[in-house]
Design a protein around this ligand. Structure first.
Ligand SMILES: Cc1cc2nc3c(=O)[nH]c(=O)nc-3n(C[C@H](O)[C@H](O)[C@H](O)COP(=O)(O)OP(=O)(O)OC[C@H]3O[C@@H](n4cnc5c(N)ncnc54)[C@H](O)[C@@H]3O)c2cc1C
Length: 390
């Protein structure tokens, strides 16, 4: 039963990859059967993957005006941060006490980064580009010689750490700096093991070729007095440690969640125990936090909602396929199917393995950004152009 007369009102909380993919997919699949409203605290969508390239001057974090993206899709953008869901009343409340009604709700509010290795430079994205740039300056001046890149245990997305290490190695080579030493410390049993055998072997070879040391099956703990304490093993000497953060969900009243505030869903993205409430992206309990996977979850949600609204579509469950574009001197495309029972589907190559060959492989959002918002896709981050707020 619809809360209002007219068309079902789909409220999407978030303004990131999952929210935008859900918006575009729902409009494409559901056509004009639904009203769509985006609710987010930001005016802009940030295309974060290129933040790793920014300190090296070969790419920049792209921004898109959310209201424009929404308008182009026949949707509305409203400002507000979701804090509570009232399933009985079919409405939500924002941090400023405004209420928004829904017939279907999509929670796509992402995750929050937390420092995981005390004493390290935690690289969260655009906010830490300046600090990383200063580290490059210190390497160039010879004030810093040994840099360790540390992947913490727990929930995170490892690729940016490898990109920072490879881009730093390229920078050192261009500067003729042969004194510096780079090492990756990771709990993985092999570099980017999640991406399967062929991909991991390709990355391992690349790291060896660039002279980057690797300590696998090793958890970084904390950095103090020139030593990175690790488990198991003896401390690793370092002048600077760069670490990725660990991710945590967002507390939302009225929404069941685990101890880290992540939200559990079924394979169509339905939140357990709540009618007509869906979730997609980093906020969910799915253990791999990646933009491409967030988009695939959003597609499953969009199909389920479109079918419910009467669109002639048979909703398909989320069947995760990992597509990762590793930046370095030259891009490396990596792909694997995470669903079990298919053997090792891992592939690696310097030719694009998906189209458009973007850092975030999103079926509907990728082409939408390329067509409507001026994002040009090229083989390397340096060929991407940012859009301007209208
Ligand atoms: C440095 C870096 C590099 C990365 N590289 C890649 C890559 O190469 N490829 C890839 O696929 N992925 C990459 N990722 C991961 C990818 O960015 C995330 O997995 C992806 O953005 C998750 O999408 P999301 O929509 O769930 O969350 P987000 O993109 O984080 O979006 C969350 C949105 O929700 C909004 N929001 C927050 N709180 C609220 C609230 N209370 N109410 C309403 N809205 C709210 C935020 O403003 C934001 O718009 C990278 C991440 C980082 C940090």
């Amino acid at each position: 039963m619809l809360r209002t007369g007219g068309r079902p009102h789909v409220l999407i909380a978030g303004g990131g990859v999952a929210a935008l993919e859900a918006m575009v997919a729902l409009r494409r699949i559901g056509e004009e059967r639904v009203d769509i409203e985006l609710l987010s605290p930001d005016l802009d969508f940030f295309y974060r993957p290129l933040s790793v390239a920014e300190p090296f001057g070969v790419g920049e974090v792209l921004r898109f005006d959310l209201a424009t993206l929404a308008r182009g899709c026949g949707a509305k953008h409203s400002l507000g941060a979701l804090v509570a869901v009232y399933p009985e009343e079919r409405c939500v409340r924002t941090s400023r006490n405004a209420t928004f009604g829904y017939d279907a709700l999509v929670i796509a509010v992402g995750a929050r980064p937390r420092e995981a290795v005390r004493g390290a430079l935690t690289f969260r994205g655009e906010a830490d580009v300046g600090l990383f740039g200063a580290l490059l300056g210190d390497l160039d001046d010879g004030h810093v010689r040994r840099v360790v890149f540390a992947l913490p245990g727990g929930v995170t997305w490892p690729l940016p750490l490898y990109e920072l290490a490879l881009l730093t190695a390229g920078h050192l080579a261009r500067e003729g700096n042969s004194a510096a030493e780079l090492r990756i410390v990771t709990p993985e049993h092999a570099p980017l093991a999640l991406l399967g055998g062929e991909a991991s072997e390709a990355v391992t070879a690349l790291l060896a070729d660039r002279g980057i040391g690797v300590s696998t099956s090793t958890y970084p703990d904390e950095f103090e007095d020139g030593e990175l304490k690790v488990v198991p093993g003896t401390p690793v000497p370092a002048d600077v440690v760069v670490a990725l953060p660990r991710l945590r969900g967002v507390p939302l009243a009225g929404v069941p969640r685990d101890e880290d505030f992540f939200v559990s869903t079924d394979s169509s993205g339905r939140v357990a125990g709540l009618d007509d409430v869906f979730a997609a992206g980093d906020i969910t309990t799915f253990p791999v936090k990646q933009g491409g996977l967030a988009a695939q979850q959003a597609d499953a949600v969009a199909e389920a909602i479109a079918a419910w609204a009467g669109a002639p579509v048979s909703p398909r469950p989320f069947d995760p396929v990992l597509r990762a574009l590793l930046l370095g001197d030259s891009p490396l495309y990596l792909r694997t199917e995470l669903g079990g029972g298919r053997g090792d589907t891992s592939t690696a190559g310097d030719e694009a393995l998906w189209w458009p060959p973007a850092k975030i492989a999103a079926r509907y959002l990728g082409p939408y950004l390329a067509e409507h918002a001026g994002l040009a896709y090229g083989p390397a981050a340096g060929s991407a152009h940012s859009s301007r707020r209208p």
